[in-house]
Design a protein around this ligand. Structure first.
Ligand code: NAD
Length: 442
């Protein structure tokens, strides 16, 4: 049985550190501490908890550069984006604490009082693509609601999560925030353990497994799952602006973003100039590793993800799509900026979440056809439409939790529709998910 989990740099496969794996037996100890710590933590006033969490986040400020470097090394994010993510987590933590404190205060409603009581122990299970942000968004409101938290970070990014938790724990009461390292087996054991809620961000397949394992005890769930976000480009759109967005949104974080643009449907009347503009813009994106400084597309998180993207490119070309830019079989560690035209239903690029730096395009001849293609997915996280006067009418027909008109989709609360999950990151609705709403009649 492996005792340690190694973290490797996707640039060169170098092992950069390791952590101890938490097995089912180890979990029992963590859980006992979490339950004990929650009793006192839950009795504190919301204001006290807000202050303690804000104070804990202050301690991250001096290690921003260290956190950023770990993000780059563990998952390949370029230095600029990694620094932005680390800074964002450091600044949003205290803000989120205050905001959830406001949302979780008791309220009077006529003769009734609404209290937001702690649930107990919350498992936060997070992915690797935004390893700090995705953990923070859920840890902070869970703590402010008076719960103790066990974080199960992705096995791809254990070191950055470990540094986050260790640093916050310099001032949080012992046992209130703990970490359980390991792969899906650790996650599964945690879901089945005697916890009260699972706040999960990750893939749809893992979401399905978690729901099944949480079902016997009807544990409360948040499911922030994958997406296959469409972009519609209407004939009225500003072609250059739309092309810029299509490229930036498909390539952001090397395409490894839940709201990346995964499919672009463009009105056939403007399709030729649109595709030309996309290729001209995409050509200028630079691939490279974080030590090179200002690059646009880093390596994908691991060889498995790289191979998946290559498989999707092959599948599309073999089924008749045209490679306008990029390589058919890019070798590790980079996928160069890729543009493919003529995607169709039945191709993996169209039907599945690719999670790579690919702009995948097709044309529509009627707007009804474009809307149908955009909505024809099990997912419904984000959707975007570019156009002028007709744009609102189209946006109203898109099936997604977050819709962007001439801009990206997403904000607060962060929310998915269909099989992109349920529950929220942020906002009063999001914060209150971590509490037992209790109604008392006076
Ligand atoms: P993943 O589902 O493979 O893993 C996520 C986490 O779940 C990891 O910590 C993993 O160890 C754990 N896990 C795996 N199997 C488990 C099981 N059976 N029980 C409990 N835990 C288990 O996802 P990933 O590859 O880390 O992340 C990428 C996915 O996350 C993409 O689909 C992306 O769209 C999605 N995502 C969604 C959002 C959102 O807000 N909707 C945000 C970020 C990422």
């Amino acid at each position: 049985m492996n005792k340690t989990l190694n973290s490797t740099d996707p640039l060169n496969n170098e092992v950069i550190g390791s952590v101890a794996i938490c097995y089912e037996d180890d979990l029992k100890g963590l859980l006992q501490q979490a339950k004990q710590a929650q009793v006192e933590w839950g009795k504190k006033s919301i204001q006290q908890r807000v202050q303690l969490v804000q104070q804990a986040y202050k301690q991250l400020e001096p290690i921003q550069a260290k956190l950023a470097k770990l993000i780059s090394r563990e998952m390949g994010k370029d230095a600029r984006r990694a620094s932005y993510e680390a800074g964002g987590a450091i600044h949003s933590g205290p803000w989120l604490a205050g905001d959830s404190g406001e949302a979780l205060r008791s309220q009077r409603q006529g003769n009734s009082e609404i209290q937001y009581r702690p649930l107990g122990v919350v498992a936060v299970i997070s992915p690797w693509n935004y390893p700090l942000a995705m953990a923070n968004n859920l840890i902070v409101p869970a703590l402010i609601a008076g719960n103790s938290v066990i974080l199960k970070p992705s096995e791809e990014t254990p070191l950055v999560a470990d540094l986050l938790v260790k640093t916050l724990n310099q001032s949080l009461p012992s046992g209130v925030l703990q970490i359980a390292h390991g792969d899906g087996k650790t996650g599964e054991a945690l879901v089945k353990a005697d916890i009260n809620m699972v706040a999960f961000t990750g893939s749809r397949a893992t979401g399905q497994a978690i729901m099944a394992n949480a079902a016997p005890k009807l544990k409360r769930l948040i499911m922030e799952l994958g997406g296959n976000d469409p972009m519609l480009v209407l004939a009225s759109a500003d072609i250059h602006r739309a092309a810029q967005f299509a490229v930036a949104s498909s390539f952001e974080n090397a395409g490894q973003m839940c709201t990346s643009t995964e499919r672009v449907y463009v009105d056939e009347r403007i399709a030729d100039p649109f595709e030309q503009a996309v290729v001209a813009i995409a050509k200028n994106y630079r691939t490279g590793g974080w030590p090179e400084g200002d690059v646009d597309i880093g390596p994908l998180v691991n060889p498995r993800q790289h191979q998946k993207v290559v498989r999707h490119i092959h599948d599309a070309i073999e089924k008749g799509a045209t490679l306008l830019l990029g390589e058919k079989s890019p070798e590790l560690p980079f996928i160069p900026p890729t543009v493919i035209s003529g995607i169709k239903p039945g191709m993996q690029l169209e039907d599945e979440e690719t999670f790579g730096p690919v702009v995948a395009i097709d044309r529509f001849s009627t707007i009804e056809e474009g809307i149908h293609r955009a909505n024809d997915s099990v997912y419904g996280l984000g959707a975007v439409v570019f156009g002028k006067a007709d744009v609102q009418e189209v946006a109203n027909q898109l099936q997604a939790g977050m819709i962007g008109i001439n801009q990206g989709a997403g904000g607060t609360p962060w929310v998915g529709a269909k099989q992109s999950g349920f529950g929220y990151h942020g906002g009063a609705e999001g914060h209150r998910q971590f509490a037992q709403l209790t109604l008392i009649n006076h």
